[in-house]
Design a protein around this ligand. Structure first.
Ligand code: VG1
Ligand code: CO
Length: 546
């Protein structure tokens, strides 16, 4: 096996964002672009002899090409073995599970997640460490530093590997091996260990109707195995379950805007199914719907925490909960009642890893349709769907009834996120600068019926490794506990995306049926007034409301 050292020119823009490096496919197709970043990852690691690398992606356009390149580069950079998902595909939670189960040194996950795919869409790559979770900032910062000064990369001169056939391919008398695995079984087995499959099976056999939308993305085969083969759901309860390289031309983002077909089915009046769910491009996000009812992800985390003991894996209780800063405080209220800690971290799953490794938290969640537990170190879409089905089977209540009872007990953290996508970077920066410019004048100001208590740019101090992450989002906190958060996206690939997160607490059951946009109308006005967003960007309405 010969190693070829190839000269290369450094790129200046390979800075990993919220979740790895995401760029247009066209950017990744520049000669050396993918290779430089992969080499920078390997140069950052201290690969021990005999090390195994897990490898797989969400199956989007360019996945197959990148898989072959990375296998060859792993061989040239000291890995003894690569475990790759069949056809080069692994959902992100399955990647995390494979890293943990096979105790690999780490893993490369190829995904741009909820971003559009296809030739003109996005591609992405990130490195996960041996706990199965995304590399912490210490590592991603080093990768970026190395990518700016790289001059050569190493690649092995070996033939293309057939990643469609399961089994082992041995090179050079065993010096390097590629093993192609079917991760669907591994992942389905893990789910079966965690949840009460017989109770869910009974529920599905009782006439309870569910509809799952894989959005033409990676979870299709996993959903088929779990819902149909193992839990006896009818085949037509699955939709869009054949993965495609461009996700059927859509946005594989499970929200009320992009999962339109599913939303229509669930909001069709009395004839709607009892339960609906969708997952994203790489299978780590989830949207939960009831009959004519939408569950906000922040509420979902709170409901899962409050009902965790109904699930076999968490029957003895949960150690603690963590949520990203912009996620609503609904989970905090549950944690307070359960007398367990609740941590607030910056946006991005990489910040939960240390807390889970230290046994401080069991459940974690983000407002961006992400929930999971310490069974892996990534968010996990199908896990959340199964958790909900397990709760419904145990409580024999509808989704809406579960939420109404939850709000009656804990009060409702009314919540919404408004995204303004593809704004010219300068205009977006001027919005943020304008808000920051008011940090000293805002406190104590009365805005409509709200009074500002404090405002800041969120900083996180990791209590486990002592690291500090600054500039994680602007918070305007009001005296009654309501808040507005402004953040720039770290996953977008076109201009800048401004996210406005709105939250107001309402203990009064009389208002709990209100639509969030109605309940938050005044705060939305205040957010636009403080930010001058319309004036500075020319945008009169958000691109997506969730
Ligand atoms: C978004 C979400 C964040 C999530 C990240 C990755 O990041 O807001 O909560 O962790 O996507 O999710 P940003 O920086 O664009 O707000 V996934 O499913 O795209 O890996
Ligand atoms: Co995702």
């Amino acid at each position: 096996m010969q190693t070829i050292t190839t000269k290369t020119q450094a790129f200046t823009d390979q800075k990993p964002g919220t979740s790895g490096l995401r760029k247009k496919v066209k950017v990744f197709q520049q000669p050396g672009y993918l290779e430089n970043f992969v080499q920078s990852i390997f140069d950052t690691l201290d690969v021990p002899s005999g090390a195994t690398l897990a490898l797989g992606g969400d199956g989007r356009y360019y996945n197959r090409h990148a898989i072959q390149t990375i296998i060859k580069m792993a061989a040239a950079n000291g890995f003894a073995r690569v475990v790759v998902g069949q056809a080069g595909i692994l959902s992100t939670p399955a990647s995390s599970h494979i890293i943990r189960k096979y105790q690999t040194f780490g893993g490369v996950v190829l995904s741009a997640s909820h971003n559009q795919g296809g030739m003109n869409g996005d591609f992405g790559i990130k490195y996960n460490i041996s706990n199965g979770g995304p590399a912490p900032e210490k590592i991603t910062d080093t990768i970026f530093e190395k990518s700016k000064i790289i001059t050569e990369y190493k690649i092995a001169d070996i033939p293309e590997v057939d990643v469609d056939a399961l089994g082992e391919i041995v090179f050079d008398g065993g010096k390097f091996t590629v093993e192609v695995i079917d991760a669907v079984q591994d992942y389905a087995d893990l789910m079966q260990e965690l949840f009460d499959f017989s109770a869910i099976k009974k529920l599905l056999a009782s006439g309870f109707k569910m509809q799952f939308d894989a959005m033409h993305a990676v979870t299709g085969p996993y959903a088929q195995e779990i819902f149909v083969n193992r839990l006896g759901a009818s085949a037509n309860s699955l939709m869009n379950c054949v993965p495609s390289e461009d996700f059927g031309g859509g946005h594989p983002d499970p929200n009320l805007t992009y999962a339109e077909d599913l939303v229509k089915l669930l909001f069709a009046g009395e004839k709607s199914p009892d339960f609906g769910a969708a997952s994203d491009g790489d299978g780590d996000r989830n949207m939960i719907l009831g009959k004519n009812f939408f569950v906000t992800p922040s509420d979902s985390l709170a409901v899962l925490a409050a009902n965790a003991t109904l699930v076999p894996a968490y029957k003895n209780g949960i150690a603690g909960v963590a949520r990203s800063m912009p996620t609503s405080g609904a989970a905090d209220r549950v944690a307070a009642k359960l007398n367990i800690p609740c941590y607030e971290t910056p946006t991005g799953w990489k910040f939960f890893g240390n807390l889970m490794d230290a046994g401080k938290v069991t459940l974690c969640g983000e407002e961006s349709f992400g929930t999971s537990s310490s069974h892996v170190r990534e968010k996990d879409g199908l896990w959340a769907v199964l958790f909900w089905l397990n709760i419904i089977a145990a409580k024999q209540m509808s989704v809406e009834a579960i939420l109404m009872a939850h709000w009656a007990e804990f009060g409702r953290n009314v919540y919404s996120r408004h995204d303004y996508e593809a704004i010219p970077t300068e205009a977006a920066n001027s919005v943020i600068a304008h808000i920051k410019g008011q940090f000293s004048s805002l406190p104590n100001q009365k805005l409509g019926s709200y009074t500002v208590k404090t405002c800041d740019d969120f900083s996180y101090h990791d209590s486990i490794d002592g690291s500090i992450s600054n500039n994680q989002g602007i918070r305007i906190l009001f005296t009654d506990g309501s808040r507005i958060v402004f953040r720039l996206s770290g996953t977008g690939t076109e201009g800048a995306t401004i996210r406005i997160y709105l939250e107001a607490y309402d203990p009064d059951t009389k208002n709990h049926h209100l639509d969030a946009q109605v309940a938050l109308a005044e705060m939305i006005k205040i957010a636009l007034q403080i930010s001058q967003l319309v004036e500075k960007t020319g945008r009169v309405a958000p691109t997506v409301i969730t």
